[in-house]
Write a protein that binds this ligand. Sequence first.
Ligand code: SAM
Length: 341
Amino acid sequence: MRKREINHIDDKTLKKWIEDEAMTDILAQRADVIRRQVYGNKVYLRGLIEVSNICKNDCYYCGIRKSNTHVNRYRLGKEEILNSARFGYELGFRTFVMQGGEDPKFSQDFMVDVLKSIKEAYPDVAITLSLGERSYEDYKAFFDAGADRYLLREESSNPAHYDKLHPKEMKLKNRQECLYNLKKIGYQVGGGFMVESPYQKTEDLIADIRFLEELEPDMVGIGPYLVSHDTPFMDFKNGSFTKTLRLVAILRIVFPYALIPATTALGTVNPKGRELGLKAGANVLMPNLSPKEAKKAYNLYDNKLNTGLEAAEAKKQLEKEIASFGYQVVDDRGDVSDFGK
Ligand code: SAM
């Protein structure tokens, strides 16, 4: 298998795979075989640090959108971020993901300082950023300061659907341009989308897969859309768990080399979400390293998992549980596979 082998599946087959409930187990089994060929039974952990829930955007689905006045807003300072990193490092985490709203106070200078400090203290970790759309110059400065990866879901690759999820200032074209800028700079890049976000059609999901085939992302993160009661989309329903599993499996089949998380949203929508996500081809988990108050206040949707195995402190227990599913947690940066290179 070459490094970037992509298995192109035609539209008709994809439509059946996405829509047909009866395909769930079949796709999961097929995906698991492929993941084992490329990554064995390894599961990589990323310590998630939710750095700020302050956001200048107003995405209609998101609990931390700027118009939501019921959010207890916070922003971590440098020391708090470094403390979370130290705590995570001691537990064995070798990737940190700094995720947050598009918070204007996270200036280029501030981020560069934080990134350099983490890399100086822990040269063997990888740092992933997920801070939304920024200028080329910011992305470049972050990369030069030590950021390795960037997660930026495209959310929807159909511009008409994208416009239904976002206010008019936000444009799919900008988001896609950011993804290409990140690639050009040298980041390992992650795209992705929510499954059954409001107004989403099967054709929109197929458009996402086509966009990702073009982008060749290193990582793909997906999860079900989950209702947040303080948003304009509060009356829509949660995305389907099994459809999300089918899409995880489809992504593994199409992108055998990719890093694919079993996301917190998947674990929130179903108690066995993360286990079944791994069994459907996912190979990454993102336990939460954020300080306690931040964990509580970073509510993108209702009923977010907030006690138990998604907490980074529970790493030992998590390792045991993952082993009982037939996989093995490794303390490793977990870069994208160069299998067969
Ligand atoms: N601001 C950054 C960005 O825009 O990429 C990172 C933070 S953003 C809150 C992270 C992801 O959360 C989004 O890409 C979106 O897919 C997901 N998300 C937001 N609201 C959600 C919801 N109601 N249900 C499920 N996922 C949601």
